[in-house]
Design a protein around this ligand. Structure first.
Ligand code: PGA
Length: 263
């Protein structure tokens, strides 16, 4: 169970799925089952659906997010979308540096760094993704990879500029594979990340920073993951496309009754 300093955050990442009509239907189904007083919830929808979903969710306790943004506020960058355009369309959140963007579109720690700056400048909450590949884990390089990615992402920021930033630890080998990190494995990576942020930036920033886990989060593993003290939420891909399953994830129980404190 995460610290009271950090409100749990559950974000759905719809990736390149759903038409406009399908997006609206899913957003409304999620909203209908989403009560006040739960965790913070965000839906990171395709760019084509941002404005309509944001309009449909007005007044509901759900944030709308983009899945990426460009680092410049405007300009001749065919095919790109700027933070201010996302904010203008109703976004409050932006995913940055997802492993699919790093792998398929050549994103680097340097572009991640520039995108965090752009997102904060547009008043968006950045969800910054980090995580090792299977190869890197097997070669005992997990900590080194996480440290390099976080150092690069947060380069030249002062601690107080990063207060709204959320990190998502997403081991690449667990994304879309059905292989979830064991809760203790995820906790170990989250502790490492929090300690590294404390050591390299500031203790207070690290204590308040929300670190989400992502990679095959499902209704039947979310409770065990969220029972770990340094897991502050989840970034959910495939299961966020099914309203009932995503709603069950939002209603996670941080510990089984009788074992610890039930939520
Ligand atoms: P998954 O995706 O839940 O389908 O594994 C997670 C993500 O890519 O953010």
């Amino acid at each position: 169970m995460s610290s009271p300093l950090r409100k749990p955050f559950i974000a759905g990442n719809w990736k390149m799925h759903l038409t406009l009509a399908e997006s609206l239907a899913l957003a409304k189904e999620v909203a209908a089952g989403c009560a006040e007083g739960g965790p913070d919830v965000a839906l990171c929808v395709p760019f084509t659906a941002v404005a309509a979903v944001a309009e449909a969710l007005k007044g509901r306790p759900i944030l709308v997010g983009g899945q990426d943004l460009h680092w410049e506020p405007q300009g001749a960058f065919t095919g790109e979308v700027a933070g201010r355009q996302l904010a203008d369309a109703g976004c409050r959140v932006a995913i940055i540096g997802h492993s699919e963007r790093r792998r398929c579109f050549g994103e680097t720690d340097e572009t991640v760094n520039k995108k965090i700056k752009a997102a904060l400048g547009a008043d968006l909450i950045p969800i910054v993704c980090v995580g090792e590949t299977l190869d890197e884990r097997e070669q005992q390089k997990t900590y080194r990879v996480l440290e390099t990615q976080i150092r690069g992402a947060f380069m030249n920021f002062a601690p107080d500029e990063l207060a709204r930033v959320i990190i998502a630890y997403e081991p690449v080998w667990a994304i879309g594979t059905g292989k979830t990190a064991a809760p203790a494995q995820a906790q170990d990576a989250h502790t490492f990340i929090r300690k590294y942020v404390a050591r390299s930036l500031q203790e207070k920033l690290a204590a308040g920073m929300r670190i989400l886990y992502g990679g095959s989060v499902k209704a039947d593993n979310v409770d065990a993951l969220m029972a770990e003290p340094d897991l502050d939420g989840a970034l959910v891909g495939g299961e966020s496309l099914k309203a009932a399953n995503f709603l069950r994830i939002i209603r996670f129980k941080a510990a089984a009754p009788g074992i610890g404190q039930a939520r």
